[in-house]
Design a binder for this molecule. Structure first.
Ligand SMILES: [Zn+2]
Length: 128
């Protein structure tokens, strides 16, 4: 694969579903499916080298938010989503990257991210 990376290819954030990531979050991360959310961080231990890319939407940093100095504070994809919703109300980390007519529920659905009841409720509130 080395040297053959397609510069135009984008990747989907497993936390919020933003599909404009420049790199795969972890080298061997499987496609998004409910099973992905049963995995426990640090994800690097499961799927190889992290990209350290910061998602422009939810602000999750792969390899850092799930693998920090204090393991007790490591986020899962699901807890990262909840933290982002609770802390910012779903504000884009880089607001200039936010598409026009953006909808978080549509983005999540398109990505196929399974939601907890708590997350569903929080997202419904935002769409109101
Ligand atoms: Zn994200």
């Amino acid at each position: 694969m080395q040297g053959s990376a397609n510069k135009n290819q984008t990747h989907t954030c497993p936390v919020c579903g933003n599909d404009k990531l420049k790199s795969k979050p972890y080298q061997n991360m499987p496609p998004i499916s409910p099973a992905l959310y049963e995995a426990q961080p640090p994800y690097e231990n499961l799927w190889g080298k992290a990209s350290y890319e910061v998602c422009g939407c939810c602000g999750f940093e792969f390899g850092n938010d799930d693998n920090g100095m204090d393991p007790e504070l490591n986020s899962t994809f699901a807890s990262g989503l909840m933290d982002w919703l609770n802390d910012t109300g779903g504000e884009w980390f880089w607001p200039e990257d936010k598409p026009a007519n953006w909808s978080l529920s549509a983005q999540i659905q398109r990505a196929g991210i399974p939601l907890s009841d708590e997350a569903k409720e929080a997202i419904e509130q935002l769409d109101r």
